[in-house]
Design a protein around this ligand. Structure first.
Ligand SMILES: Nc1nc2c(ncn2[C@@H]2O[C@H](COP(=O)(O)OP(=O)(O)OP(=O)(O)O)[C@@H](O)[C@H]2O)c(=O)[nH]1
Ligand SMILES: [Mg+2]
Length: 334
């Protein structure tokens, strides 16, 4: 028997799919539906999944399917740079172990009527992570259809597909939109579509592993870096302006400005707090990425090994079942 024909050692029967999308878009719910897992779902405005989480592998059409749940770049507890660090460390650790994703599902809530700044940024970073060449392996799964009037939802779906601000350009380059109605059948239908794709590395995997680029120099890393630099410039200008106003009021030595001064000083403290945060974030991305990358990659490497071990167990269980089935069949025909 050839290696590929032996289901206990074949890797051709492995399907790995990453689920990405904005926070609260329904990623963990999709994973739970599809794999019968119990990953935590969010019932509040706070983000829920703040790490990369590997779901229990499950069998679908004889294949071993593993879904990877991820945090959104707009996570409320982790910064964009941290989320990018986590996702890219997981993707490079698994790629180094010879695993290539069969596809990526980008979850999109159909009830949103505006592609706000955060949503746009989330999708832009997602695209930089994937790269144009891998968009053919991307399904944009719209969900929450039951929460909105069907005619309106269908209209939004069309808008999302046809407007530049949404997914038009990604669709032109190979991504496709599919509907998910929050049932197991719907989740499995989407996964079956992905099973037909040819696995391909994402851009971030090619950049960090094949080209050995540090994270801040990848396309996605540069995007995050540019965003931080923009924020830094804006905060610095605002601090300078506020300092000037405070100085003017102090020079006026007028008691009637005392309350204004108090408010301005508080605003200044807030602004300086924000500025310090952004500076720390920019520093982390610039200086500490190597250390955190190593740490993340070691952790993610262990996670990837555990994932492969669980898949092997599932294969063995499937084989044992098949052998039992054969023995029972022989028993019946004897
Ligand atoms: N009606 C409806 N609600 C959904 C669907 N998918 C998710 N939800 C609800 O949306 C909320 C957020 O879902 P999650 O699965 O936690 O979203 P997430 O993308 O994992 O969020 P983070 O972990 O914070 O990034 C939960 O209250 C879910 O019950 C869906 O298809 N239909
Ligand atoms: Mg989640």
């Amino acid at each position: 028997m050839s290696a590929s024909a032996n289901p206990t050692i074949s890797r051709d029967d492995t399907v790995t799919i990453a689920i990405m999308g904005a926070t609260g878009s329904g990623k963990s719910t999709f994973v739970n539906r599809a794999s019968n897992s119990r990953l935590e779902e969010s019932g509040s405005l706070e983000s829920c999944t703040d790490n990369v989480v590997v779901a229990e592998p499950f069998l679908l059409d004889g294949k071993v399917v593993t879904l990877i749940d991820t945090p959104g770049f707009d996570d409320t507890t982790k910064t964009e740079a941290e989320v990018l660090g986590l996702i890219s460390a997981f993707l490079s650790a698994t790629y180094k172990q010879g695993r290539t994703l069969n596809g990526v599902i980008y979850m999109q809530n159909i009830t949103i009527h505006r592609m706000g700044g955060m949503a746009r940024k989330n999708f832009r970073l997602f695209r930089k992570l994937c790269g144009d060449a891998t968009l053919k392996n991307v399904l944009i799964a719209t969900n929450m259809w039951s929460d909105v009037n069907p005619t309106l939802a269908a209209q939004r779906e069309r808008e999302m597909a046809e407007k530049d601000i949404f997914f038009k350009s990604a669709i032109e380059k190979g991504a496709r939109m599919v509907r998910h109605d929050n049932t197991v059948e719907s989740a499995h239908r989407i996964i079956r579509e992905i099973m037909g794709f040819t696995p391909a590395p994402l851009q971030i995997q090619r950049e960090t592993v094949d080209e050995n680029k540090p994270l801040p120099e990848t396309d996605a890393g540069q995007d995050v870096k540019a965003g931080l630099e923009e924020q830094l410039t804006r905060y610095k200008t605002e601090v300078a302006e506020l300092r000037g106003t405070i100085q003017e009021l102090l020079q006026a030595k007028d008691d009637k400005h005392r309350e204004d001064l108090q408010e301005l000083r508080e605003a200044m403290r807030d602004l300086q707090g924000q500025l310090t945060k952004v500076q720390a974030e920019a520093h982390r991305l610039r200086e500490e990425h190597e250390a955190s990358r190593r740490e993340y990659e070691e952790k993610m490497g262990r996670m990837a090994e555990a994932m492969a071990a669980r898949e092997a167990e599932l294969r063995m269980a499937r084989e044992a079942r098949a052998r039992r089935g054969c023995a029972e069949g022989r028993g019946r025909t004897a």
